[in-house]
Write a protein that binds this ligand. Structure first.
Ligand code: HEC
Length: 200
């Protein structure tokens, strides 16, 4: 079966308990709306929207890792374009956070409690060393999604399938640099350089 999505299994198991987000914006400071944290943008605007894109892709993937036009109705193409654009906007939001604050007041990020997990404090320090690098990668995700929206509008299954299968790598590149850089070497060993050969 051809598979295109989600992170390689060796990576941290994402805590999927998106604990019912406890009102991120406080209404009592009208003069200065609190900007979202990176963690909030990541969970609510990047991860969820990527899931919506993957869901459509997974349902229509063919043997060549393209989207099978027979499985794509006009409505689905439109939906794909809409989710791609919405993920693009999430990525732009990420790229324009200024300053970039990972979490508020001691909140924890996924996997920071496990032995190999990087903490929010570590992640913040890495971003503070090179915030522009993170913004560049976020803009990279945004352009990728703009291309996907275009391919979806053109009903181009080959291109859309290829772009969807590459999303994972785009997420992972930034995660390896900014979320769990300590695992870079380990993860590189698990990375399959030629995914096409791994049919089973
Ligand atoms: C430009 C950098 C960047 C890109 C691109 C990126 N991420 Fe992230 N992501 C981060 C950082 C930094 C963290 C660690 C901080 C955190 O967990 O909030 C993170 C954490 C996460 C988390 C854990 C959130 C939590 O609860 O702690 C998930 C899930 C996630 N990313 C999903 C994705 C997906 C899916 C994509 C691609 C569609 C993606 N990310 C693309 C930087 C990025």
């Amino acid at each position: 079966m051809t598979r295109i999505f989600r992170f390689a299994s060796a990576l941290p198991l994402f805590a999927l308990t998106l604990s019912a987000c406890s009102g991120s914006e406080q209404a009592d400071q009208p003069a200065k709306p609190q900007q979202m944290t990176l963690n909030e943008v990541m969970r609510n605007e990047v991860d969820l929207r990527a899931d919506a894109v993957w869901e459509i892709g997974n349902a229509a993937i063919d043997d060549q890792a393209g989207l099978d036009p027979a499985k794509m109705t006009d409505a689905k193409w439109n939906e794909l374009a809409r989710h791609a654009t919405s993920l693009q906007q999430g990525a732009i939001h990420l790229a324009t956070l200024d300053p970039i604050i990972v979490v508020r007041n001691g909140e924890k990020i996924a996997d920071e409690g496990v032995p190999y997990g990087d903490s929010a404090v570590d992640v913040q320090a890495g971003i503070d060393r090179n915030p522009q690098g993170l913004r560049d990668m976020a803009n990279g995700l945004a352009s990728h999604m703009a291309e996907l929206a275009m391919a979806a509008r053109a009903h181009d299954g080959v291109k859309a399938g290829a772009l969807i299968s590459q999303i994972d790598g785009v997420c992972e590149d930034c995660h390896l640099s900014y979320w769990y850089p300590s695992q870079k070497e380990l993860v590189d060993q698990f990375r399959d350089p030629r995914p096409e050969t791994s049919n089973h």
